[in-house]
Design a protein around this ligand. Structure first.
Ligand code: MTE
Ligand code: HPA
Ligand code: MOS
Length: 765
């Protein structure tokens, strides 16, 4: 079925934060943020700002009635800086005025004096200085030290992956509205309504039941609103708490880019060892995560880097250590893949380096080491078999031999353009890595006219989760989907929710909905059984009719609903779901953290223009493990979007902070994201339909994050194209591989700088 949001999107009727009608008397907030990355606050004078026209009040740390603390995992982040600032963009004061323009104008009148302190932007330097967010963690399997002596080949290297701006189309924002009895209702563009509720209560020093958070939908989140939507919501709530007026703040794009964290940049070291048969025997990695100035979600992101450090490969001896390094940048945060992509890039680089040295195609090594059923991952969970299934299917379906031949032929025939191809297998674990977060609730009401309302904690952010939950309810009751309405995520209807994240939203909330519907269904069957004098087991609902022993009865859906209500039996259910089997022992770093894994393989081909360094992706051909997809259109959309976002991260999106910790790529004129022209000319997606049982909702595997990982292949395809032009270029594993870097690599001088026919010709021209 179509995404239910497509109707309102198309008509412009979908309600985002800025579409909520403004209540008379609403005030507007704006944040004054630190212009320096690290320093001691000597003075902050808002006197002139408060005298500006329309200004109602300026709030600073001193005005916070509860705790000045928004840190979730580690309590290390103030809402408003009290004595020190830790990054450029750190909120210092909140101005509230009668109009947005007046609030912004007053910001310019705030006077501050900050005594500068040392600025660290490099994670390796932070680590040297002992600036770690949490103690390092190591995942271990086998014995790498012993294994090196058995290896015929050992290679070491270093990699860099840069951050990534979320660039959700709807910027961060919130609208707080006072209710009776001191309650504050917050409309927040958040992936985590409960996090907003909990933090607002903490900062205001009031119970959580005084805070109602409501989220209809987001114009994108991509992880950027899992934790960092909270700041703006709590700012508005703080002002509302004091002023008893509605307060709104919707960030300008440049404020959003400057003040919020991004995907974590990583700097990493690897060491890989293989035997003569190209089996990887040992792998060691050290990950230096650039966490920014506060923990935010960094410890959890770091954990997923370790979980995915061997990607889709079986490696018997692994030792991987990760450091979460505190720097003076905005706290980095969740971003589609949640640290997994950063871990996978490193082992792909290690394989590419090995392939270079042995003068073979990386795919030979990749293929030989794919996970097989029962293989143990470094954290103790066993693999399912789809790694091979996807790879083999992709190789056959897309005729890899022919593709390879075409690339070779093209490269022989062209000097000014070169093609490169790379394969990338993926493996991604589905569940929150923090086991306790894997729970959800659903509230299902059947109304007496037969229509159905469903509430869960799921936040619709474009990924289609509302449609999937609607499909669950419609299928369970066997009713027309138009009879089902999905309500906004609201903390008064559904409490204590996990954020919509980890790709698990449809699984967790869908399963809870399934359980709720089942409970109501059992009551319906009892009522029908009584009426038709049969056992409840003989009753069935099919296409809005009641069947008994396979024969249609005189009761339709509406009649059944009304009959149940008439007997004073509840037409509502609030159900709870938590996936079985998952556990993790932090003391041993072993367990079964994921409900299941998602697998896939992509073949990526690119053509570079060897005069200009620009490039175009010819195709991305994928075999992806969807389990048994419950909504093909939505799942294709998630794949295409994820792939393009992944390619953007790996090739063109370049976050630049200067040494003083100031964001230089601070607008869309200086930060390039993929547009329609950078989308691959062809994206082919083959659904590997696995019939096996799994813990996904209706066996339709989670699809939100995994496809982004295919983008990693774009880096290696580009690298291969470069090597076709300049085989001697020593191309650093330094992503993104921007056109600028491509151009430099095309003409890089190396120690073996000998005749390369194509290159020489170009240079002579
Ligand atoms: N798709 C769209 N259109 N917009 C988004 O913000 N977020 C991604 C992914 N796909 C996102 C998206 C991220 S980071 C996650 S974790 C999942 O969707 C969350 O939704 P799910 O759990 O329902 O897959
Ligand atoms: N993914 C996304 N968000 C999370 C996770 C995770 O694994 N763990 C905690 N928050
Ligand atoms: Mo997604 S990074 O788990 O919000």
């Amino acid at each position: 079925m179509k995404n239910i949001d497509s109707y309102t999107h198309l008509r412009g009727e979908s309600v985002y934060l800025d579409d909520i009608p403004i209540i008379n008397g609403t005030l507007w907030a704006a944040v004054f943020d630190s212009p320096v990355a690290h320093g001691r606050i000597v003075s902050l004078d808002a006197g002139d700002a408060e005298k500006m026209p329309g200004v109602v009040r300026v709030f600073t740390a001193k005005d916070i009635p509860g705790e000045n603390q928004i840190g979730g995992i580690v309590p290390d982040e103030e809402l408003l800086a009290s004595s020190q600032v830790h990054f450029c963009g750190m909120p210092m004061a909140l101005v509230v005025a009668e109009s947005e323009e007046q609030a912004k104008a007053a910001l310019k009148k705030i006077r501050i004096e900050i005594e500068p302190l040392e600025v660290i932007t490099d994670p390796r330097i932070a680590k040297e200085k002992g600036e770690l967010i949490i103690p390092p963690r190591t995942f271990n399997i086998g014995d790498t030290t012993a294994a090196w002596s058995e290896c015929d080949y050992v290679f070491e290297g270093r990699t860099e992956t840069n951050g990534q701006e979320h660039l959700y189309i709807e910027t961060q924002g919130a609208y707080a509205v006072p209710q009776e009895n001191g309650v504050i209702k917050i409309h927040s563009s958040t992936q985590g309504p409960t996090a907003v509720q909990r933090t607002a209560a903490r900062v205001l020093g009031i119970p959580m039941h005084q805070v109602e958070v409501d989220t209809t939908r987001l114009g994108g989140g991509f992880g950027g609103k899992e934790d960092q939507a909270t700041t703006w919501a709590v700012m508005c709530a703080l002002a509302t708490h004091y002023l008893k007026k509605p307060v709104k703040y919707s960030l300008h794009r440049m404020e959003d880019m400057r003040m919020t964290g991004k995907r974590h940049p990583y700097s990493s070291d690897f060491k890989i060892g293989l035997n003569k048969d190209l089996k990887i025997l040992a792998y060691e990695a050290a990950f230096y995560q650039n966490a920014g100035a506060a923990a935010d979600l960094s410890p959890a992101v770091m954990e997923r880097t370790l979980f995915h450090c061997t990607n889709s490969y079986y490696v018997p001896n692994v030792k991987a250590t990760a450091y979460s390094c505190r720097t003076n940048l905005p706290p980095n945060t969740a971003f589609r893949g949640f640290g997994g992509p950063q871990g996978m890039f490193v082992i792909e680089a290690a394989i590419a380096k090995t392939a270079d040295a042995l003068n073979i195609d990386a795919s030979v090594i990749q293929q030989k080491n794919l996970l097989r059923t029962g293989d143990e991952l470094p954290y103790g969970q066993k693999a399912e078999s789809e790694a091979n299934e996807c790879w083999n299917k992709a190789v056959k379906l897309y005729d890899i031999g022919k593709l390879r031949h075409e690339v070779k032929q093209f490269n022989e025939a062209n000097n000014l353009y070169k093609k490169g191809m790379a394969l990338i297998p993926i493996c991604f674990g589905i569940s929150f890595t923090k086991t306790l977060m894997n729970q959800a609730r659903s509230l299902v009401h059947v109304y007496t006219d037969g229509s159905v309302g469903v509430s869960t904690g799921a936040v619709e952010m474009g990924q289609g989760v509302n449609t999937k939950i609607l499909q669950v309810a419609a299928a369970m009751f066997s009713i027309d989907p138009v009879k089902v309405k999905i309500n906004s995520a609201n903390t008064y209807r559904i409490a204590n929710t996990s954020p919509s994240a980890a790709s698990a939203t449809a699984d967790l909330n869908g399963k809870a909905t399934e359980i709720a519907c089942n409970a109501i269904l059992a009551r319906f069957k009892m009522v029908a059984a009584e009426e038709f004098k049969v056992e409840p087991g003989s009753v069935e609902l099919k296409e809005e009719w009641v069947y008994v022993d396979g024969s249609k009865t005189s009761w339709d859906w509406e009649k059944l609903v009304m009959a149940t209500f008439t007997r004073r039996i509840s037409l509502s259910e609030h159900a709870h779901y938590t996936p079985p089997q998952i556990h993790f022992d932090l003391s041993r770093e072993k367990g079964h953290p994921f409900a299941y894994h998602v697998y896939g393989t992509a073949i990526i081909t690119v053509t570079i223009d060897c005069l200009r360094g620009i490039y175009e992706f010819d195709s991305v051909k994928v075999v992806h493990d969807f389990g048994s997809s419950m909504n093909v259109m939505i799942d294709i959309g998630q794949c295409e979007g994820g792939i393009v976002q992944g390619i953007g991260w790996m090739t063109m999106e370049e976050i630049v902070y200067d040494k003083e910790g100031r964001l230089r790529s601070n607008a869309l004129s200086t930060y390039k994201v993929p547009d329609i022209y950078s989308v691959p000319k062809e994206i082919a997606i083959h659904f590997l339909e696995t019939k096996k049982d799994n813990l996904a909702i209706f066996r339709s595997k989670a699809v939100g994050e995994p496809p982004l990982l295919y983008g990693i292949g774009a880096f290696f395809a580009l690298r291969n194209a470069l090597k076709a032009f300049n085989p001697d270029a020593d191309i650093a594993f330094d992503a993104p591989l921007t056109p600028e870097k491509v151009l430099m690599s095309l003409y890089a001088q190396t120690s073996r700088d000998v005749n390369v026919p194509g290159r020489k010709e170009v240079m002579e021209k």
